[in-house]
Design a protein around this ligand. Structure first.
Ligand SMILES: Cc1cc2nc3c(=O)[nH]c(=O)nc-3n(C[C@H](O)[C@H](O)[C@H](O)COP(=O)(O)OP(=O)(O)OC[C@H]3O[C@@H](n4cnc5c(N)ncnc54)[C@H](O)[C@@H]3O)c2cc1C
Ligand code: FES
Ligand code: FES
Length: 466
């Protein structure tokens, strides 16, 4: 039985655990404000908030309900726009949308309102970038976005004094949320852990942001095991000189980790270009690796960090380099039933430089045409160690072994760059597809190598090389 709080009502349901939360909300709970748009996580019309008990408080985030299986909301608070409505007035979030004509046909509006409300509930200091980032996964066909940007700016003004430690209490006090929110920690605390024995050979599900798009019927009809419910699979910690990330850690948990961002300071600048805020709140690191998309951003980053992957099958653990994990298009060095436990990498020396580049047709909420990552150490103008990876240029996320080897011991100048590019071009085998022709992708990767080198050696950058 899956138990959760839906707005102010406790739900106990024996419905299919693979059913989408969106379908439950609209067709079982009769709450029609959450809209069905794309069912692929792209439009944000189905956005709801998910609250999770953390200590004595509930932390809220936005998710797309179309890609959330019911089993993943056990023990959580799910809030639809009906659940924030006040008796007679609009909430301040709804009011800024109306006052700025940021709603026209209204189809997208519940999604925007839930994303903005979730932003108000975050512990973030208000900023215009933060507000815009919060709706990076919401699409509107009518307004042209300028009015929505004005609504975001107004919202920032009115929440500038919010209590960053206890945003829920502040929002109830200031009429953004109904009073029942104050009782939610107690109600969630009373829900027992998921009592669910997964049959053997169940499909592991992380955030389900890939599975619900690629295999929705499989999730509905075959046994599933939510890895988020298993102990010890979440979190980021140090083990000696290694950084260890639990398999079920989400993209946004990576982004908000002070520990990880102290190791890779540019991570917070990179993550806004990966999926949308809603998807990052659900998508897990193991899901990105096991999905084995040749352009998976996190896999490309981890390859350049020379990461290792820990897996277990029937209690037997094994560890392998991530670069040996991919054996062919969507083929993995992973046995049936084997589970990813964690991913780890050696903490780069403070002298090393990390860089990630991604080229996609749209800046936000788009997958890469080509992406690439580098971790390198330098002494003076000489590269002393180097790991380069690239996506979208081969059937698998690719560690560029020969290119990485070649770079070690080299001084950066035009000759090294051209030779490295020649070696790199021989290591890749892009195909022409919807994201570009094979030749175009070869050219893109050459430019990304140049972008990496210009970050490593800005003083040596000569645009004439291009
Ligand atoms: C709108 C949208 C935008 C996106 N944008 C991007 C983007 O910009 N960049 C990008 O890289 N990706 C993007 N993605 C893809 C997706 O979000 C990521 O690949 C994500 O990391 C998948 O993680 P998940 O937890 O949701 O995986 P799931 O869908 O839960 O699982 C994916 C695969 O991993 C397996 N799996 C999950 N956990 C484990 C485990 N612990 N052990 C063994 N197997 C496991 C599942 O069985 C399944 O085969 C996007 C997706 C959507 C819907
Ligand atoms: S329906 Fe479009 S994101 Fe869910
Ligand atoms: S108001 Fe019509 S889609 Fe946004």
């Amino acid at each position: 039985m899956v138990t959760f709080l839906l707005n102010n009502r406790l739900v106990e349901t024996y419905k299919n655990p693979g059913m989408s939360l969106l379908d439950y909300i609209r067709y079982e709970a009769d709450l029609p404000s959450t809209k069905v748009g794309c069912r692929e996580g792209d439009c944000g019309a189905c956005t709801v908030m998910l609250g999770e008990l953390t200590g004595e408080h509930v932390e809220y985030k936005s998710i797309v309900s179309c890609l959330t299986p019911l089993v993943n909301v056990h023990g959580k608070h799910i809030v639809t726009v009906e659940g924030i409505n006040l008796d007679k007035e609009l909430t301040p979030v709804q009011k800024v949308m109306v006052d700025n004509a940021a709603t026209q046909c209204g189809f997208c509006t519940p999604g925007f309102v839930m994303s903005f409300t979730s932003y108000c509930l975050s512990h973030e200091r208000p900023s215009i970038e933060g507000a815009i980032n919060a709706v990076s996964g919401n699409i509107c066909r009518c307004t042209g976005y300028k009015s929505i940007e004005r609504a975001a700016a107004d919202l920032n003004q009115i929440i500038r004094d919010k209590n960053l430690v206890n945003p829920v209490g502040w929002m109830v006090e200031h009429g953004y949320l109904p009073a029942y929110f104050l009782d939610v920690p107690r109600l969630l605390g009373g829900i027992h852990p998921l009592d669910y024995t997964a049959p053997e050979n169940s499909t592991y599900i992380g955030g389900a942001t890939d599975l619900m798009v690629q295999k929705p019927n499989h999730i509905l009809n075959d046994p599933i095991l939510p890895v988020g419910a298993l102990r010890g699979l979440k979190g980021i910690e140090l083990d000696g000189s290694r950084c260890v990330i639990g398999a079920a850690t989400t993209f946004n948990e990576l982004t908000h980790s002070d520990l990880l961002c102290s190791i890779i300071p540019t991570l917070r600048n990179i993550m806004p270009f990966v999926a949308s805020d809603q998807v990052r709140n659900s998508a897990t690191i193991a899901g990105n690796i096991v999905n084995a998309s040749p352009i998976a951003d996190l896999s490309i980053i981890l390859l350049s960090l020379n990461a290792e992957i820990s897996t277990s099958l029937n209690g037997n653990m094994r560890i392998q380099p991530l670069r040996e994990f991919y054996t062919g298009y969507k083929k993995l060095n992973l046995y049936e039933g084997e589970r990813v436990e964690s991913i780890s990498f050696e903490i780069p020396s403070p002298k090393s430089i990390f860089n990630f580049e991604k080229i996609s047709k749209r800046k936000y909420l788009d997958i890469a045409s080509v992406n690439s990552s580098i971790l390198a150490c330098t002494e003076g103008n000489v590269i002393t160690s180097c790991h380069v990876s690239a996506g979208g240029v081969a059937p698998i996320p690719t560690y560029l072994f020969n290119t990485s080897m070649f770079m070690v011991g080299k001084t950066i100048n035009q000759e090294t760059f051209e030779k490295a590019n020649t070696i790199m071009q021989a290591e890749i085998s892009p195909i022409s597809d919807i994201r570009g022709s094979a030749d175009y992708k070869r050219l893109l990767l050459r430019q990304l190598l140049f972008a990496h080198l210009s970050k490593l050696f800005p003083e040596l950058l000569k645009v004439t090389w291009l």
